[in-house]
Design a protein around this ligand. Sequence first.
Ligand SMILES: Cc1ncc(COP(=O)(O)O)c(C=O)c1O
Length: 387
Amino acid sequence: MKMDAKLEKLPLTKSKTDTLLSIFGISDIVPMWVADMEFEVAKPIQDALVKRISNSGFGYEYKPASFFSAQKNWYRNKYQIDLNKEQVIYSPSITTTLSVVIENFSSENDGIIIQPPVFLEFKNVIRKTKRKVIKNPLKLIEDKQYEIDFENLEELAKLENNKILILCNPHNPVGRVWRKEELEKIISICKENNLLLVSDEIHKDIILFGNQFKSILHYDGSWDNLVVCTSEAKTFNLCGISDSMAIVPNEKLRKEIAKVFSKYNLGRTNALTRVALETAYRDGDLWLNDLIKTIENNIHIIEQELVGSKIKLIKPEGTYQVWLDFRGIFDDTKKMFKHMTEISKIGLNAGHWFGREGALFMRMNIATSKEKVQSGIRRVIKAVPEN
Ligand SMILES: Cc1ncc(COP(=O)(O)O)c(C=O)c1O
């Protein structure tokens, strides 16, 4: 199957004129930032949605048994996870779950540990809920790959004020897929220090180059002070219509979270979400395999284009973003950003949006056609001074 990027003309957030103007200062740029795709969703999902829409009754909708069995099979076959329906709380979005969890399992001014550079909403949610952002920055080893600073994490975990650790696995924006030993260390630190562990696994399905994703759920027997946030929205390009899940093995925790969801009536589904997801679970695998090959191929294109350039690629193990290192070229983030937008005319995420630890890096979304990836990276290279 050939993955084509045909969706550029849709009214997507990433190309909205006033959003572009407020973020980039100009609107005539190629938007390769927000993490959604320019690929059409899988044909079976399209067909199922068309069928559902043509049956145009849109009363209150629920998730039927067929949905749960398709979902259970997906998790069993792909991740060897025996998804217990009773342990799942459906949520409108992962960010909603993060707010609910933080507000209910910590108090104002408590510390919430994150590992920047990381998905920027972690920091925003912590601040909005009046907690303190506690950083355990990732370490960049030999300018090639990121690792967790376990020594520092242990120190932070010991501090009485720090209550929750948010793990991002795979890690947006640097693309690490955390290995078994790393996850085991995380669990052991949380366990020793009674930290609540929130594992955001939204990028779990886009695993590249033979790497293996392991959910923290595999370890729930030893540590169940755990909330796993996940969704297939990114996987199947359904961010505009999909909901998400909080998987909470511990009954007490789950009941407390469920109570808040019930209070704000956050559990409602809609007709399109459930049709799209159920079809994705049942018939989405072939499309997903093609997607992964396409993303890997796009990464090879970037690697080839960057040969001889001072821009360095931090090669991702997962996700459909690449993390580009401009430290050999710029020494000022503002200059770098201005250069990219005004000369390259390309809209990339500035690395410092993910925390100052990401300064002088940029994230590029490559879930688009190979032609666009090639022309995008060429624009970047061409416009960079003395490259
Ligand atoms: C790690 C991570 N978590 C969560 C989200 C967003 O999830 P939601 O739209 O369900 O809040 C993103 C989006 O890019 C993400 O990268």
